[in-house]
Design a protein around this ligand. Structure first.
Ligand code: ZN
Ligand code: ZN
Ligand code: ZN
Length: 540
């Protein structure tokens, strides 16, 4: 018996298992689709959309399966080879017991063959078989000299010893088990030819399966390594996304949003006002040093001659600190110098978000849900999936903050000035944050929001062809030429809602589906590309 085989045989076996696993995944999704495509949760989707969604989920899982299989491949095959090498070694190099005697004739028996016994949780051992040259009786002896004792077959009814006989007819052996105590009888047929033929057939089927799908399911080294990198990057991405979402949702971040980014001119005005009131005059800001921070030396004179020395400087420090509390400026080293009614110090301005976070105070650290090693993290910090996750996490965190604010302002609110520019969900115009109205229905520019409030349009959400369309989707999805569109509107066949600015000019036109049922009957949507479910050849 040979345990250790050519390496390619192991590779083939591994690939075959991969192919079978992938096919099982496909079959699973296909069955799930059959069982659940009529579920009421999916009622809103067209047949094509359902198929597309299922295909997407299947595609994703299949891809991850392929990568995981590739990831384990080398190690698994090495383990298999090593296991077989150990067995082969044991079988080849265990020395055979000498001088085994026939218990009847008391002469030395002849060695015929050996067999490796390898049961779970038991050390491997080799069983040697001998035959008596005289009486032809056989005997098995283990490598440690212990004799093999066959377990007697027991009657299933009375548990007493069966009598076993066999008859051979060509390649068929018929075993008969007879109980002489209760009369119970069992017959077993071993057909070597038949079972060999079955085995051959299975082997051939496996070979065909492997040839058909190996290229599709078993990744090359290049594709496999790319896949593993992607999986690792996704692992880092998951951590980064969580962190980012938490950061934005934290109380510290909310404080950062409140810390105004005050310019030097605003700073000067702010200080002048409060200092004059407190009889500190002639505030002068000098040329700033620009580095990681903006550092501005300043001086001021105390007009109140009753305050001298630290009395004056302590007072000034306190005033400055209080004034700057809600800004991104701080009194450097918390300290001003007093000399004969003349005071000087330095102000430090923060711009970077990280620095602002520090200004805002320490965050109570939450135990992260996902963890990843620092090495992995460093390696993938700038992977595009991680960058994307960072943005998604930020978005999630910001959305959570906004949702919290919604509790107090249920209709929604204009976003903060500091937020970036967003596209309006209705007219699509890009609009600065403070002119974007936010609520759970989406982002609307201030004009679209006014049109909703004034009842010119219902509170539409972002583009949804089932509820409303605009000019360009009529042209694109319904092949409607603008001149035809105008004609149909004139004839009253197509009903539109015009969105107007404060000054009365029209900036966007909306067509509500429920107002134009007749139109949509006459002008059906251009058919999308036909999608079908995963090709039906994928079956075991
Ligand atoms: Zn004998
Ligand atoms: Zn019996
Ligand atoms: Zn708009």
């Amino acid at each position: 018996m040979d345990y250790l085989r050519e390496r390619q045989e192991y590779v083939d076996l591994y690939d075959l298992l991969t192919v079978k696993r992938c096919l099982r995944t496909i079959n699973f999704w296909r069955d799930t689709f059959k069982k659940h495509s009529k579920d009421k949760e999916l009622k809103g989707l067209t047949e094509e959309e359902k198929i597309e969604d299922f295909n997407k989920m299947l595609g994703m899982e299949l891809y991850f399966t392929k990568i995981k299989e590739y990831e384990r491949k080398e190690k698994t095959i090495s383990e298999w080879v090593e296991n077989d090498r150990v067995k082969q070694d044991k079988l080849d190099n265990t020395s055979r017991p000498r001088g085994v005697l026939c218990s009847k004739c008391n002469i030395e028996m002849k060695y015929i063959t050996k067999h490796l016994e390898d049961y779970d949780n038991k050390p491997m051992r080799v069983l040697f078989f001998f035959e008596c040259p005289k009486c032809k009786k056989r005997k098995g002896v283990y490598d440690n000299g212990k004799e093999y004792v066959s377990k007697p077959q027991l009657c299933k009814k009375c548990k007493k010893k069966f009598e076993v006989t066999h008859k051979k007819k060509g390649s068929v052996i018929i075993w008969t088990y007879k109980c002489k105590y209760c009369g119970h009888k069992e017959v077993e047929v071993d057909d070597f030819e038949k079972s060999h033929a079955k085995w051959e057939k299975e082997k051939l089927a496996d070979k065909i399966l492997l040839e058909k799908y190996r290229n599709e399911f078993c990744l090359s080294d290049k594709k496999g390594k790319e896949g593993i990198e992607l999986l690792e990057a996704l692992e880092v991405a998951r951590v980064v996304k969580e962190e980012e979402a938490q950061k934005y949702g934290s109380s510290v971040y909310q404080r950062v949003m409140q810390l105004k980014k005050t310019t030097i001119v605003e700073l000067e005005k702010m200080l002048n006002k409060v200092l004059k009131k407190n009889k500190y005059i002639k505030l002068t800001l000098e040329k700033p040093e620009i580095g990681q921070y903006v550092i501005v030396p300043f001086s001021v004179q105390d007009a109140d001659s009753s305050r001298k020395g630290s009395k004056s400087s302590d007072n000034l420090e306190k005033i400055i600190k209080d004034t700057l509390k809600d800004t991104n400026w701080r009194l450097m080293d918390n300290y001003v110098l007093y000399r004969l009614g003349y005071l000087e110090g330095r102000l430090k301005g923060y711009e970077q978000e990280e620095d602002m976070m520090k200004l805002a105070g320490k965050e109570e650290k939450k135990e992260p849900k996902y963890k990843v090693s620092p090495e992995k993290r460093n390696k993938y910090e700038f992977h595009h999936m991680v960058q994307l996750a960072r943005l998604v996490g930020q978005h999630e965190g910001i959305e959570n903050l906004r949702k919290k604010r919604l509790e107090k302002e249920p209709e929604g609110f204009f976003l903060d000035e500091s937020e970036s520019t967003y596209s309006c969900g209705i007219c699509g115009e890009s609009t600065p944050g403070d002119k974007i109205w936010w609520n759970l229905d989406g982002l609307r520019c201030k004009d679209c929001w006014r049109n909703i409030k004034e009842g010119n349009i219902p509170p539409l959400k972002s583009r949804d062809d089932k509820v409303w369309l605009n000019d360009s989707s009529l042209s694109y999805n319904y092949s409607l030429h603008p001149s035809t569109r105008r004609k149909l509107v004139r004839e009253g066949f197509l009903k539109r809602r015009e969105l107007k600015r404060d000054n009365g000019s029209v900036y966007c036109t909306v067509y509500l589906v429920k107002e134009n049922k007749e139109f949509f009957k006459k002008y059906p949507k251009k058919p999308k590309m036909k999608v079908t479910f995963v090709d039906s050849q994928h079956s075991e």
